[in-house]
Structure formats: C-alpha cells, structure tokens
Design a protein around this ligand. Structure first.
Ligand code: IMP
Ligand code: MG
Length: 187
C-alpha cells in the first residue's frame, strides 16, 4: 500500500541549532523593548514553543488562530479569516508575529495589515520556513529559519490535512511504503 508521507529535509538537530540562533538574535534585538510574541496557529505551535524558550527576555505570549487552506493549493486572499483573535492589546507594544511558513505571503500580509491597524509600537515577522519562489504578494520578513525550494513540507507543526504536525522534523511530502514510513518516524 502506498502512503503519503515525508522524507526528512530538516533534521531535529538542525532545527534545534537554528532555533537557538534565532532566539539569541531576538534576545539582542529586543533587549530594551516590550516584546509581545504572537504565535499563528495552528502551524506555528511547535516552533513557537521552542522559540520562546530560546529567548532570554521578560516577553509575553499570545496567539492568533487563522483559517488554513484545506488543500495544498494556493491560498486565496479572500479566504483568510481570523478564527480566534489575540487576548492582549497590541497598541504600543513591540509585536513579533511567529509563523510556520511563508508561501504566497497572503497570510502574513493579511495579519500584518490587521495588526498594524491596532497601532503597535513596532511589528516584525519571524517565520520558521520561507518558500520565496511561491510568493504572490510582497511582504517583508524579519527573521527566517530556513529557506526552502518549492516543495510541500510537513512536520514540526506543519500539516497535510491536519496530520503529521507531531513529526519531530521537517519532511517533504512524498509517496512512500508503510515500511518506509515507519523508518522515517524513527529518524
Ligand atoms: P501563504 O498565505 O500562502 O503564505 O501560506 C501560509 C500558510 O499556508 C502557512 O501558514 C501554512 O499553514 C500553509 N502552507 C504553505 N505551504 C505549506 C507547506 O509546504 N506545508 C504545510 N503548510 C503549508
Ligand atoms: Mg496549515
């Protein structure tokens, strides 16, 4: 039986190292600021949890839940919606939005616009993954974990039909046998 699964592209070790680097950089950049971190759910939950623990500041955490696409198809601007809004007030805060992946750029662009309207003192974006080849709208990203080619990836929070989010590394979607799948889980 053929199953859809993924071959590792970013290992747990590489991930840990990069998250530590990002955490150090953010610690320096926000040393004298009022950092409010906003995780974009669901996709960013794993990265976000690791990233906040790599930052040595008295930061505050919050979340925003946006709609995700049902398929791998490009997101449609009109279809992005906030399912559950943040609890904290953004006004006057140094906000850092944390995303899992920037693909077309639609989601980040939509969220930036929404948050900027609430008058933060500053607004920056950190994404674990960036797929610049697929960009449809121009959007500036301040911190990028890894830049990827145009491939659909899962794991470490990223999903295919809400599955594979618990995979502890990033994998490229592929068709593999059951035996291979087991092997990859054990990587
Ligand atoms: P964008 O609006 O096209 O930039 O897409 C952003 C959202 O699409 C991300 O937050 C993900 O939820 C999803 N997405 C884009 N590419 C991938 C991928 O390769 N794997 C899993 N989810 C993806
Ligand atoms: Mg998603």
């Amino acid at each position: 039986m053929e199953r859809i699964f993924g071959r590792p592209i970013i290992t747990q070790d590489e991930m840990q190292k990069r998250v530590r680097e990002l955490g150090n950089q953010i610690t320096l950049d926000y040393a004298d600021k009022n950092l409010l971190m906003v995780g974009v759910l669901k996709g960013a939950f794993a990265f976000y949890a690791d990233l906040v623990r790599a930052i040595r500041l008295l930061l505050r955490v919050d979340f925003i839940v946006v709609t995700t696409r049902a398929t791998q198809k490009r997101s449609v601007a009109g279809k992005i919606k906030i399912l559950s809004d943040m609890a904290e007030d953004v006004t006057g805060q140094d906000v850092l939005l944390v995303e899992d992946i920037v693909d077309s750029g639609m989601t980040v662009s939509f969220l930036k616009k929404k948050l900027l309207a609430r008058k933060p003192k500053s607004l920056k974006v950190c994404t674990l993954l960036d797929k610049p080849e697929r960009r449809k709208v121009r959007v500036s990203i301040d911190y990028v974990g890894f830049t990827l080619p145009n491939k659909y990836v899962v794991g470490y929070g990223l999903d295919y039909q809400n599955r594979y989010r618990n995979l502890p590394y990033i994998a490229v979607m592929d068709k593999v046998s059951e035996a291979e799948e087991l092997f990859y889980w054990q990587e």
